[in-house]
Design a binder for this molecule. Structure first.
Ligand code: MN3
Length: 244
């Protein structure tokens, strides 16, 4: 019996160290704060990454302190499973997990060096569904500019292999997977993303932003071969737990 208890304790300890009490972390930027200038200034980058994004991560971890059973899930899983969370934390998890997920994607969608246009399959799909890259960019800017209040503008696709590309906007920090759509490219239209440099000229920011878009990253997202939200979330949880 003692052996059994000992074994059980060992298993629990192992599971806790492997799966439990995981914290969410602010991912470091892969480039300097000033690297995206003159399109995005360093002061905006410092505030955006080190204050705004860092606060979302801190708040998310604070909420989850009381809920060890939720600490084995990635922020994306939590965001896409709000209906499984206690009512009292649902709204805050939506804000802070969403903020963490979207900003992590956003930093990765940018790159400081001279960018080229989209290539291969993504370029073909853009031409097929929007007519041309120029027409796509114009629509993306327009949707981003007219979105009311804080939110994000996205290029997305469905899970079906022949699904068309679409431009959507989401409120707050909501994410396309919440409506069964796969994100390919995103831009932040919260005022904190542009106001220091562009003031109320959101459209100017949206236009300038193309100069720092990492199309290789968008291409990778386009090629995402997952067949369902659950498949993406399972892979994301594994990554969060360090199992992949
Ligand atoms: Mn932001």
């Amino acid at each position: 019996m003692d052996d059994l208890i000992h074994q059980a304790l060992q298993t629990v300890t192992k599971l806790c160290s492997e799966y439990g009490l995981k914290k969410h972390h602010l991912p470091p930027l892969k480039y300097d704060y000033a690297a995206l200038e003159p399109y995005i200034d360093s002061r905006t980058m410092i505030l955006h990454h080190d204050i705004h994004h860092a606060t979302y991560v801190k708040k998310l971890n604070e909420i989850l302190l009381e809920y060890p059973e939720l600490q084995i899930y990635s922020a994306l899983w939590l965001l896409c499973n709000l209906d499984k969370l206690p009512e009292s934390i649902k709204a805050d998890v939506q804000k802070f997990a969403g903020g963490h997920v979207n900003h992590s994607l956003f930093w990765n969608a940018l790159k400081p060096f001279r960018v080229s246009d989209p290539k291969g399959e993504l370029r073909d799909a853009i031409n097929r569904d929007f007519g041309s890259l120029v027409a796509f960019k114009k629509s993306f800017e327009e949707e981003g500019a007219k979105h009311f209040g804080s939110g994000w503008v996205w290029l997305v696709k469905g899970f079906e292999p022949d699904s068309k590309l679409q431009i959507i906007t989401t409120k707050g920090h909501d994410h396309p997977l919440m409506q069964n759509l796969v994100p390919i490219l995103l831009n932040d239209v919260w005022e904190h993303a542009y106001y220091l440099q562009y003031e109320s000229r959101r459209h100017d920011y949206l236009k300038a932003w193309w100069s720092v878009v990492d199309w290789d990253q968008a291409n990778l997202c386009y090629k995402n071969s997952a067949s369902s939200v659950n498949e993406i979330l399972a892979a994301n949880n594994k990554q969060f737990l360090g199992l992949s």
